[in-house]
Design a binder for this molecule. Structure first.
Ligand code: FE2
Length: 394
């Protein structure tokens, strides 16, 4: 939720009579968060949202995360290769869950087809980071163009589908069960993003639309797949659910290009939280972008060895020379669970002295609850990562 937006047509006053040019009533839907106490949008539909013809347990969707015995004991630093995910399928199916806890599922996505049905995730908000390819997100709020380098927020329960542009897309997806939002300290009392936040209202891309107007033919599939408690339910509707002619509110999909993120640098090394981008219940997503490094003449710009004893940490490496890591390339995902010491690879700490710039690009997430490695992730593991810290002892 960034700020209020509106698009299309809607009545002057909420909850009042609103008619199409042919005289038929337009149906208001209150799309609300936190019961009726949180952010919401008014959606104005041509038809009732309850006009279904059939409903049944669906075979669509992706496999639930299955924790791996060997992947979680012994406790190790691990590395996974997102490039090893087999591409194929539509966005709804092409998801591989690699890490899980009750606040977040971490998924890798490599679709090669557009969605042929609509989807509404009732289990949580989806925060995508698209690192290759481009697509259009079609939702009841309109069209959102997405390119590599964009974070994309897909609100919980919002009907949408992805249209692939090109042959393939690669993304890291966080499915947050407790919501995801702009960190509280980035807003002032009136909800505006403060001047020292790492982004401004102008940096966010909003949906264009809505898809449907009073004058256009209602287009799109009639099927909605909904996910709840990890299970998928399919509803065949009387017509396409893209019948919204106007909306007004705070809940709508948006995209944020990581290149717009404004990094901060200190006299000496600042903690990873300085890269905080989006907060969720039990998690913080951080963006590491190209930047000037610490400017004390004796600064050690490489991250200091640390034991963040209450957080698990994952990093998706995207571009550049990540100063603290050796042998990780674009598409690699490191997993450093709490309970293991975190430190730069041998030699990296000393070698960073005197560096004034970093060209690294990476997405990190810290979680409060332990993440479980899944069976699906073990098929992507790069062996020997934990032992890559070993060095000859004097
Ligand atoms: Fe760490």
């Amino acid at each position: 939720m960034i700020d209020r937006q509106s698009a299309g047509v809607f009545p002057e006053k909420p909850h009042t009579v609103f008619r199409a040019p042919d005289g038929s009533i337009v149906y208001e839907e209150m799309f609300t968060r936190d019961g009726f106490a949180g952010c919401f949008s008014y959606l104005y539909h041509r038809y009732p949202t309850t006009d279904h013809l059939d409903v049944f347990a669906s075979k669509r969707g992706w496999s639930e995360p299955t924790p791996s015995e060997a992947g979680n004991h012994p406790l190790l630093r691990r590395l996974f290769d997102s490039n090893a995910v087999t591409p194929g399928g539509a966005f709804l199916e092409a998801r591989v869950a690699i890490l899980t806890n009750s606040d977040v599922n971490v998924l890798l996505v490599r679709p090669t087809q557009s969605d042929d049905v609509y989807f509404a995730n009732g289990d949580g908000d989806e925060l995508w980071y698209v690192h290759e390819g481009s697509a259009r997100l079609e939702s009841v709020c309109g069209w959102l163009d997405v390119v590599a380098g964009d974070y994309v927020w897909v609100p919980k329960g919002m009907t949408h589908r992805w249209h692939l542009a090109g042959s393939e897309l690669r993304a890291l997806v966080f499915e947050f069960t407790g919501g995801v939002h702009v960190p509280t300290q980035f807003r002032n009392g009136c909800g505006q993003l403060v001047m020292d936040a790492p982004y401004t209202h102008r940096d966010f891309k909003r949906p264009q639309g809505p898809v449907h107007t009073f004058e256009s033919e209602l287009a799109g599939p009639h099927t909605i797949v909904a996910k709840k408690r990890g299970k998928f339910t399919e509803s065949v509707m009387a017509r396409s659910p893209m019948d919204v002619v106007g909306w007004d509110g705070f809940v709508y999909p948006w995209a944020f290009p990581i290149e717009k993120y404004q990094p901060k640098t200190g006299l000496v090394h600042l903690p990873p939280t300085i890269h905080g981008t989006f907060a969720a219940k039990g998690a913080l997503v951080c963006s590491f972008v190209p930047r000037v490094l610490d400017f004390h003449p004796q600064a050690i710009p490489c991250p200091y060895p640390h034991s963040s004893v209450d957080c698990d940490e994952i990093i998706l490496y995207l571009r550049g020379n990540f100063t603290s890591r050796r042998g990780v390339g674009p598409g690699a995902i490191s997993f450093h669970p709490a309970g293991t010491p975190h430190a730069p690879h041998p030699g990296a700490y000393e070698a960073s002295i005197g560096h004034t710039r970093s060209d690294e690009l990476a997405v990190m997430m810290d979680t409060e609850k332990p993440l479980l490695v899944t069976e699906q992730a073990m098929a992507l593991e790069s062996a020997g990562y934990h032992d890559s810290w070993k060095r000859p002892l004097a």
